[in-house]
Design a protein around this ligand. Structure first.
Ligand code: AHM
Ligand code: MG
Length: 361
């Protein structure tokens, strides 16, 4: 019976990737191992994000009524656990670690200890990390361990974004191994710490979404073969920057609000967490924009660990990603923390913004 099979034959993310890799006879399981370390980082951050209120602001749980009704008492006796995850300050006055710093440390350590990485670029670290030759593997990982920092303290969805490159020569590693166009990525994904915790992954063969089952501690395939609608009814942009936009962006947003072809106006959705805004765009369709403006001629978002992974996923789901000048995945970065404008989402919606930029020339 199909429903029974569904409940007893669990397609975990590891099993899914193993299946995919088994189609490549040369694969030796390295990618599966790397991914399991990324997944560990995601599970850690998910758990830390969910505890942040309790541990960072214990005083917010003031009344005994709150304790007895909504918060399991066990969470209070877990000072040890709080210490374990590094959120609780030492009594000797050591600073409490910020969640983004902590997340970065967890990812860096998990990635190095996988033995499958050689170069790491994190939004949190100014310099790239070159893994010690004794622990070196063939993958380079670029990531933003906790994106959407402005949303952390109010409990709005935040996420981790990652992209994976394959190194050319393990014994001769340099920054050039990560200063590669996004189309050279072998995999990309994000994990959204929302309700629920969702991991979306592409290994270059479509896009799949997995949901964390907290009781199992496993990501289970819940969104197989995600395809973005060809056209959407939503647009997502920080309109507070409108006074500094260039003409094509301004015209595009004007068209979203006052379409001249008799179609309905689009609705605006903007969370300010790239992972959440892109996730909604992927599932519902529409367009996400972080354009250039007069204040920030390269926009805000970072090429390696924000623009590329999300563009990779969009293309793999049948959408497009554009920088205002070119296909986003064709861009060749020259600096690891470089920024670029980006327009990504439903194929037809991105086509429109491309036409407006073409008309400018
Ligand atoms: P962050 O790295 O400081 O978290 O900034 C990245 C975030 C993205 O998640 C989001 O798309 C964007 O910044 C929102 O920017 P703005 O507040 O300018 O709209
Ligand atoms: Mg970021």
């Amino acid at each position: 019976h199909a429903a029974d099979a569904h409940r007893t034959d669990l397609m975990t993310i590891t099993r899914h990737v193993l299946n995919e890799q088994s189609k490549h006879p040369e694969s030796k399981g390295d990618f599966t191992i790397l991914l399991s370390h990324i997944v560990l980082g995601c599970k850690f951050v998910c758990s830390a994000v969910n505890k942040v209120l309790l541990f960072l602001f214990p005083s917010t749980i003031a009344s005994p009524i709150a304790i007895s009704t909504s918060i399991p008492p066990c969470l209070f006796s877990q000072a040890g656990l709080a210490k374990l995850i590094g959120l609780a300050g030492e009594t000797n006055g050591e600073e409490q670690k910020k969640l983004d710093v902590l997340s970065n440390q967890v990812f860096v350590k998990a990635l190095i200890s996988s033995g499958r990485t050689c170069v790491l670029v994190s939004e949190e670290d100014e310099e790239a990390t070159f893994v010690d030759p004794s622990l070196r593997g063939k993958y380079c990982v670029v990531f933003d361990p906790l994106d959407g920092s402005s949303n952390i303290d109010c409990g709005v969805s935040i996420g981790t974004i990652f992209g994976i490159y394959m190194v050319k020569d393990k014994d001769n590693v340099s920054l050039d191994d990560v200063l590669q166009p996004g189309k050279h990525m072998v995999a990309a994904g994000y994990c959204m710490y929302g309700s629920p915790c969702t991991l979306v992954l592409s290994t270059g063969n479509g896009v799949n979404g997995f949901t964390l089952d907290p009781s199992l501690g496993e990501f289970i395939l819940t969104h197989p073969d995600i395809k973005i609608p060809k056209r959407g009814k939503l647009y997502s942009v920080n309109e507070g920057n409108a006074k500094n936009w260039d003409t094509p962006t301004a015209k595009f947003v004007e068209k979203c609000k006052f379409p001249k072809d008799g179609s309905s106006p689009k609705s605006l959705r903007y969370i300010g967490s790239m992972v959440a805004d892109v996730h909604r765009t992927l599932l519902y369709g529409g367009i996400f924009l972080y354009p250039a403006d007069k204040q920030s001629p390269n926009g805000k978002l970072r090429v390696l660990y924000e623009v590329f992974p999300m563009s990779f996923l969009m293309e793999q789901a049948g959408g497009q990603a554009f920088t205002g000048e070119q296909r986003a995945l064709d861009l060749v970065p020259t600096k690891i923390h470089q920024r670029s404008p980006v327009f990504l989402g439903s194929y037809d919606d991105v086509e429109e913004i491309k036409a407006l930029y073409a008309a400018e020339e």
